[in-house]
Each structure stands twice: as C-alpha cells, then as structure tokens.
Design a protein around this ligand. Structure first.
Ligand SMILES: [Zn+2]
Length: 222
C-alpha cells in the first residue's frame, strides 16, 4: 500500500477539488507515527464507518506493511464480520475538511499503537453525530408514514426464532418485525413464512428502543 504522511493532501483517488481532503493513517514500512491510546468510542465508530459507510472499495487488498498479518483482517461487529484493507473511511470535520483513511487504520490502532491526529478523531465524532441525527430523522419520518393501525404489505427478508423481519413496500429503509406471537394469519399462531414470502399486516407498535416497526398478521390475540 502506498504510504502518505498524516495530514498531507489526499491524492489516492479523485476527490472533489472544492473540498480539502487530507490523508490519515496511510502507514508504510518506513512511516514514523505517533502512538498512544485511542478513545474506545472512536475506535468503535471507525468499525461502524468501515462496515456501513466505507468508500472507494477497491478490487485488491491492502496488506499491513508493519507486520505479516494476512489480509483481509477481519473485525467483528455485532453478528457481522468486517473485512479491513479493501476500502477507505472518509470523515468530515465541522469545518468541512474531509479526512481519508484506509480501513486498516483500525488494525494500526489495535496492533501498532497508532495514534491518529486529533483533528481526525474529532471528525470521526462529528460524522457519527451527523449520521445519528440523520437516522433519527429517518425514524421520525418512518413513524409518521406508518401510524398504528395502518395496513401494510411487505416481503419477508429473514425468518428468525423470535419472528420474521419484513421489508415494507412503502418504507423499505425501516426495520419491521412480526413477532412469532403476532403471526396469526388464520387466527391462531402459525408457522412462520420463509424469506421471500409476501405478508400483509397491521402496524401495532413503534419500538423506540431499537427503532423497529412492529407488525401483526391476522386478528389480535387479545
Ligand atoms: Zn500490522
């Protein structure tokens, strides 16, 4: 992987020329870098950004030049695994400056004690705050579009022990769940349908703790 000094202008991939984009964490064999502890929240945010908001996904793999760990390095995130070394994390500071880091930055922090510049960690926090706000607005909008009692159609995307996950036709971005106990298409609890099945139900709850739209299929149990 090409090495760049921290906070040098980013040139690896074409970027918007009207935006200042700076390199962070492009470490090579000969790189000198600061070391020190990185805030656990920042590290956790980097894994989320690498998993769900990575950019410039390449065809090849970046290897760590500081050790002989084989790529891709796999990082657990809840029930998923994120492969590091094949894309970048871009975060935007409140002053508009963008910082571009390879996803391997997480490995450099974990295994090589790398301490990224403060401006970068500040931008990570600012970016997560903005994403959270955006998600919150999305949840508020979803609730308005899916009031309690509304009839909805959806497609089963997963069958789990607790119930089924639906992708609703009209609001596909929100997570919608039919609990097993609420799946009563013929008036009694029934075997859950498989992924791909079409389901019609009624919105019965907005679960605030995990931002899920709860749907019931069939008549109410009580
Ligand atoms: Zn390494």
């Amino acid at each position: 992987m090409t090495a760049y000094e921290d906070l040098s202008p980013y040139v690896y991939e074409p970027a918007d020329p009207s935006v200042t984009t700076l390199n962070v964490g492009w470490l090579g064999r000969a790189s000198k870098f600061d070391t020190g502890p990185v805030d656990e929240d920042v590290r956790a945010a980097l894994v989320v950004l690498a998993a769900d908001h990575d950019v410039n996904v390449m065809r090849g793999m970046h290897d760590c030049e500081l050790c002989d760990r084989e790529s891709p390095i796999r990082e657990p995130l809840n029930d998923r695994v994120v492969a590091l070394g094949c894309s970048e994390i871009h975060v935007t500071a409140d002053d508009g400056v963008v910082y571009a880091a390879p996803t391997l930055v997480i490995h450099y922090i974990d295994e090589h004690g790398y301490l990224p510049p403060q401006a970068f960690t500040d931008a990570v926090v600012a970016t997560m705050r903005r994403l959270r706000l955006e998600a919150e607005r999305g949840w508020q909008a979803a609730k308005e579009r899916l009031p309690l009692g509304l009839e909805v159609w959806g497609t089963v995307t997963a069958k789990m022990s607790f119930g089924i996950v639906l992708q609703l036709d009209d609001v596909p971005d929100v997570v919608s769940v039919v609990d097993a106990i609420s799946y009563r298409p013929r008036g009694d609890q029934d075997e859950l349908p498989d992924a791909g099945a079409r389901v019609r139900g009624v919105v019965v709850d907005h679960a605030e703790h995990n931002w899920q739209i709860k749907v019931r299929v069939g008549p109410a149990a009580w």
